[in-house]
Ligand binder design. Sequence first.
Ligand SMILES: Cc1cc2nc3c(=O)[nH]c(=O)nc-3n(C[C@H](O)[C@H](O)[C@H](O)COP(=O)(O)O)c2cc1C
Length: 373
Amino acid sequence: MSAQVNIIGLLYRKLVKPVVFLANPEHVHDAFTQIGSFLGKNFLNRKFTRILLHYKNEKLEQEIAGIKFLNPVGLSAGFDKDAHLQNILPEVGFGFMQVGSVTLHPYGGNTKPRLTRLKKSKGIVVNYGLKNIGVDKIIPRIKNHNNPDFPLSISIAKTNCKDTASTEEAILDYYGCIKKLEKSDVGDFYTINISCPNTFGGEPFTTAAKLEKLLAKIMTLNIEKPIFVKMPINMEWHEFKELLEIIIEHKITGVIIGNLNKDRKLDTIKDHIPKDLKGGISGTPTKELCNKLISKTYKHYGKKLIIVGVGGIFSTEDAYEKIKLGSSLVQLITGMIFQGPQLIGEINRGLVKLLEKDGFKNIHEAIGSFSEE
Ligand SMILES: Cc1cc2nc3c(=O)[nH]c(=O)nc-3n(C[C@H](O)[C@H](O)[C@H](O)COP(=O)(O)O)c2cc1C
């Protein structure tokens, strides 16, 4: 099984990736989504995908916020914006997924290019600007998702348009979207995305005062499902901490750390990025920023908030580092694009080995086992 995964990885990196990386990244993303959607529709295809890629071990199982997770590796928001992949991702080996970000109204996306690969930096410049088909069309697609072994989270953002640029309108937009999701009772948990960098009005809820207003309004819905907040990562700790205090005050379940990087001066950015190329950066240039914030959040608020670690996971070691820093779950996108779909099983298999090596009985024991200031 392990040899088989190594072969798939090798084939992806040596044969598929060199060809695919010559093509327009958005076309490739759309093609992979279509292939995944097709594979997910048929029992035999699902079975075959499972045989090739899936890995299961009870040491990776956890119950978090009342939800059962078979393993800690999830697909991060933005890869499956319009809910095409929920049937195939469990077979690929993911433990959970985030659909979206979904908004109250549809948005066709920012002007192209919306995806640009940074090959040397192992990242992607992302400028979709919350492209999605809107909550009304997404609800029927996930309505029948009923897989107790594969939690599905819905990432919610504000519609990207001029009308939602003011704080008041933006709050009503988030509220309207969540209200519809609540009414339809879809998804296992919600994520409030306050940190999409490429929208009209910027990121209006990354100050404590405005986040307080947004969460106060959302909480009037008396939501029972767990709620997470997706955090920005280009922030000083004292500002980040203020957001966390508001989040805790509103009894939010946890935080996802974090979103795309906006700082283009980082040493980890090794490609030339033209000034007029808009967008936030994923992959390796997010890694250290996220890890520092995960570590500090765990140290100060680890008993009050569940942490989901995201950003620059390309290997088992990257995922394990985020877990040991305090993440109960991890998520990725860019690692899968650069390494191939076998990465998920590879990480899960590798995690079991590292847990055993470190003398942990299960994943839960490893969470936060080292946390630095
Ligand atoms: C193509 C793409 C689209 C994304 N869209 C969203 C989105 O709609 N909502 C969101 O919260 N994050 C979005 N993100 C950010 C990712 O969820 C993740 O936080 C970030 O890419 C860091 O993880 P990674 O290094 O594993 O890609 C997107 C990332 C990528 C690469």
